[in-house]
Design a protein around this ligand. Sequence first.
Ligand code: RM4
Ligand code: MN
Ligand code: MN
Length: 396
Amino acid sequence: MNDKAVAIVWKALDRLAIELPSWGFANTGTRFGKFIQPAAATSIQEKFSDAAQVHAVTGACPTLALHVQWDLPNGLKDVPEVERLAKQFSIRPGSINPNIFQNQEYKYGSVGNPDPAIRRMAIRHIVDCVAISEALGAPDISPWFADGSNYPGTQNIRKRIGYFEEGLREIHAALKPGQRLLLEYKPFEPAFYHTDIADWGMALLLAKAAGPQALVLVDTGHHYQAQNIEQIVAWLLHQNMIGGFHFNDRRYADDDLTLGSIDPYQIFRIFHEIRMFEWETQTTADIAYMVDQSHNLKGKIEAMIQTVCTAQELYARAALVDHGSLARLQQECSLVDAEETLRGAFWQDVRPAIQEWRKSRRLPADPMQAFRTSGYLERITRERSEKNRKTTASYA
Ligand code: RM4
Ligand code: MN
Ligand code: MN
């Protein structure tokens, strides 16, 4: 790789920040049960501590996404504690994730529930999250709605659209300047007949109905098998409506597999659309790159390090696309040469350049190795195993 290419890689890496999910360090599982890990985090303090380890070895993860019900069970009252931990571990609070899917009340939906009292409860919770976001100086609120139904004819789909428009408008009215409401879509699960926000079109229309600070969040796992995700990203960029990503990979459905483990070219193509847009418009897209994975077989911290390194590699490769020649080749419809320009960047081995970047930023050249030799995993395994042994793992 020549000096110019190395400089491009370094510049790209300096820009790429990846947010870690607090829930990615805790014991989570499948619908059928959990496999408990002795080193899993069981408190918000432990989640911050683990995230700080990933940041220490990668230098790329300055923020931690928080799930309000799991991390701030007392809502606003927990803000001072989160601020203290953020300071202690030098990790800033990231996106604020409301929880409108776990309470018994939400059996038939939250903001889309036919019962106005439950809709009110859900709206109030998200408005509380807006206040938490403001207090923490973490501007993104990203609700994921599990709302939907399981049997044809049991819910009025159009009425529920109206409830969402109304509810999101009210939530939007609570936003202060600079805050953003990121709407995530998901085709199915837990609802298996209809999901109220099932795809990017529904999310986009609802964001438009809510107001200018509402944008769409793309979880890479929330698409049907053959869907062209980079085209969705291109549309959202064109509309200035993309607010962030939840990164993971998928083989079948919302599998939350390690980013790039199944289809690295897909993630590369997404990054390429963003870089190409930025090159053409000479702007920087304001996109929050967040990981949404919780591994129950891999070690959680190692899985995060692996994910972050993969994101860096794929982002660096996308940065290497020669946008000037690609634009010309596209204009001329030189198909083979245009495709080879893209593919050529994808097949570059950027790892040596990334290692050099790490050394120049006083980071370990091999983050995984650095973590493994740090002794941290052994220490937390000792400290946490007793507590984790008592965790319930059963499904029924
Ligand atoms: C969903 C979705 C959300 C996450 C929940 C727990 O599948 O991806 O982002 O908060 O899971
Ligand atoms: Mn997600
Ligand atoms: Mn998901």
